[in-house]
Design a protein around this ligand. Structure first.
Ligand code: GSH
Length: 210
């Protein structure tokens, strides 16, 4: 299998970490944004959004990172990363959707304003945006903090793809100054999920890019 990837992005490295966790063979192809590789017709035929990641498995192509997580986990049902039982599956879906609809948007302004802009020379962080995001943050973060106060993982007693999705931004939380001082459970959880060997392997290219 191949993954067309944007290596510094959480949507990419959560998929790479899962492939390592499951012991799946995945060739990672980092797309050259400067060369416009992601807007070339050959790539748009694989993913008409022109975004990464995209999975290629023979003649099957799949985009949307959480769908890719599910597809990979279903290849190894014995791993439990995609649970076998209906209510657990629904709970995993609940957190995958929450991660796209609420957690990602709550984190994005901090990551965009403080990391992406600096990296691509797009000017200083917009403090008005940061202030708006800071005010909005507790409404979302409180949900995760409360849930984690008596849970090691989001669903059941073991790691699932929901954890891969929700913890994916962990390496950027401190760097982006996400206001986590009042959220000890979230901080500990993000570290717990992403300090395993598969995550270390997936995150290694980030260190090389610093
Ligand atoms: N919902 C999509 C988001 C994909 C996405 O926005 N990818 C970003 C990296 S996180 C990208 O490819 N950016 C390149 C661009 O915007 O040109 C997913 O989860 O796969």
């Amino acid at each position: 299998m191949k993954l067309y990837a944007l290596l510094p992005s959480p949507n990419t490295f959560k998929v790479v970490a899962l492939a390592h966790h499951l012991g799946l063979d995945l060739e990672v192809i980092n797309m050259d944004l400067n060369a416009g590789a992601h807007k070339a017709p050959e790539y748009l035929a694989k993913n008409p959004n022109g975004l990464m990641p995209t999975l290629e498995d023979g003649d099957f192509f799949l985009w949307e990172s959480n769908a890719i997580l599910m597809y990979l986990a279903m290849k190894k049902p014995e791993s439990g990363l995609w649970p076998g039982e209906t209510q657990s599956q629904a709970k995993v879906q609940q957190w995958l959707n929450w991660s796209v609809c609420h957690w990602g948007p709550a984190l994005r302004p901090f990551i965009y304003e403080r990391i992406v802009k600096a990296r691509f020379g797009m000017g200083p962080a917009d403090e008005a945006e940061i202030s708006k995001a800071t005010d909005a943050f507790p409404k979302v973060a409180d949900v995760l903090e409360t849930h984690l106060s008596n849970q090691q993982f989001l669903v059941g007693q073991q790691v699932t793809i929901a954890d891969f999705a929700v913890a994916a931004a962990a390496p950027y939380l401190a760097m982006a100054g996400v206001p986590l001082d009042n959220y000890p459970q979230i901080k500990a959880y993000a570290l717990r999920i992403t300090s395993t060997e598969p995550w270390m392997k997936a995150l290694a290219p980030l260190d090389a890019m610093k």
